[in-house]
Design a protein around this ligand. Structure first.
Ligand SMILES: Cc1ncc(COP(=O)(O)O)c(C=O)c1O
Length: 364
């Protein structure tokens, strides 16, 4: 569908910020290269950056230090590394659905089975404990939670987090918490799994969304479990040896001097979210939750006799690119994903086009 999109198409397709990284980080990257930071680093990464990251979680888990952090070349790298550490053939992992599409294949790569739990529109895209209970068995080693979620934008309350935590503890599961959107949360505080179960929680995070650096490929794994960290750092050596040298200085500078950068982006994201949700909810046949995080909306769209892929193709012909919900798993069917990583002006123009296409298809 990306290939089919012409130049004049308004694209809600890509899950990538339209901002640039903070200028301080770009300058620090340049300076670090000039200063000779163009070499291998230790496998776990620059100690000063790991310390800074550990400290950024002290409000939830005050004993974390640099030994609890391993720099990776993106959240994608972190995911692969964690699954490589935890999954053996014959074991299974519980994964959300609709999902970020890498989870399942990552589990299968190491011979494991991906078992999907549903996060449905009628439950505000949060799983039910009954559903989780029906999937878990003696071979389940881990459960992955992703809040704020891609593709739904869903977040959880502290009470919901605690229920999900209790479920995992009851079955002695590792909790892999993908919180790459932790700094893109609108009307409330981000609810993390960090600081809840030091023995079993492994966090994935990334600077892709936090500082709009998707192309820089830098993220990290954090866990209070020293043995887990030890194993994952060993694996990191075999996967990429280490992260990028100069870039780690740049991220450290961003954390030191531009910590409010994500908050500034959030002001704009929130205005866009309000705009797109009010436009979608005003259209006949569309229902949209107002998400509390990330930069996606995942409305339910009712056009009789048309699946989400055909609908996305019709929208593309009408000048708008979005993702069919089925691309994120079977329970995404009946939905579309719009990434609001474009200007408010383009969102308005795009919504005019969506409205015209849906009206025509529904015969309203
Ligand atoms: C939920 C989720 N996890 C992980 C990632 C990976 O991010 P990156 O590899 O850019 O750090 C993404 C990227 O879109 C995502 O949406």
């Amino acid at each position: 569908m990306f290939d089919m999109a012409g130049d004049d198409v308004i694209s809600f397709g890509l899950g990538e910020p339209d901002f640039q990284p903070p200028i301080e980080a770009i300058n620090a990257f340049h300076q670090a290269m000039l200063d000779g930071h163009n070499k291998y680093t230790t496998t776990a990464g620059l100690p000063a950056l790991r310390k800074k990251i550990a400290e950024s979680w002290h409000h939830l888990s005050p004993n974390l230090d640099e030994n609890n952090v391993c720099m990776t070349m993106s959240g994608t790298n972190a995911l692969l590394n964690i699954f490589a550490s935890l999954v053996d053939p014959g074991k299974n992992v519980l994964l959300p659905e609709p999902y970020f599409p890498l989870y399942g294949p990552d589990v299968k790569l190491w011979g494991g089975e991906a078992r999907y739990y549903q996060c449905l529109f009628e439950n505000e895209f949060v799983p039910t404990i009954e559903d989780l209970e029906s999937l878990v068995d003696d071979n389940t080693v881990a459960i992955l939670y992703n809040f704020p979620s891609n593709p739904t934008g869903a977040t959880i309350s502290i009470e919901q987090r605690d229920e999900l935590l209790k479920f995992a503890q009851k079955h002695d599961l590792w909790i892999i918490s993908d919180e790459v959107y932790d700094r893109i949360v609108f009307d409330s505080e981000h609810v993390s799994f960090v600081g809840t179960d030091d023995d079993r929680v492994i966090l994935i995070n990334s600077f892709s969304k936090t500082y709009a650096m998707t192309g820089w490929r830098i993220g990290y794994i954090l866990s209070a479990n020293n043995e887990a960290m030890h194993q994952m750092i060993k694996l990191q050596y075999y996967i990429t040896a280490c992260s990028n040298d100069a870039m780690q200085y740049a991220v450290l500078e961003a954390m030191n001097v531009a910590d409010d950068y994500p908050d500034q982006m959030c002001v704009e994201y929130k205005a866009r979210r309000d705009l797109i949700c009010s436009r979608l909810n005003a259209m006949k046949g569309i229902q949209c939750h107002v998400p509390e995080g990330a930069f996606y909306v995942f409305p339910r769209v009712d056009v009789p006799n048309m699946n989400s892929q055909d609908l996305a193709i019709e929208l593309l012909k009408g000048g708008v690119l979005c993702s069919p919900g089925s691309a994120f798993g079977p329970s995404g069917e009946g939905h579309l994903r719009f990434a609001y990583t474009i200007s408010q002006e383009d969102i308005s123009l795009g919504m005019d086009k969506v409205e015209a296409v849906i009206k025509r298809l529904r015969g309203d």
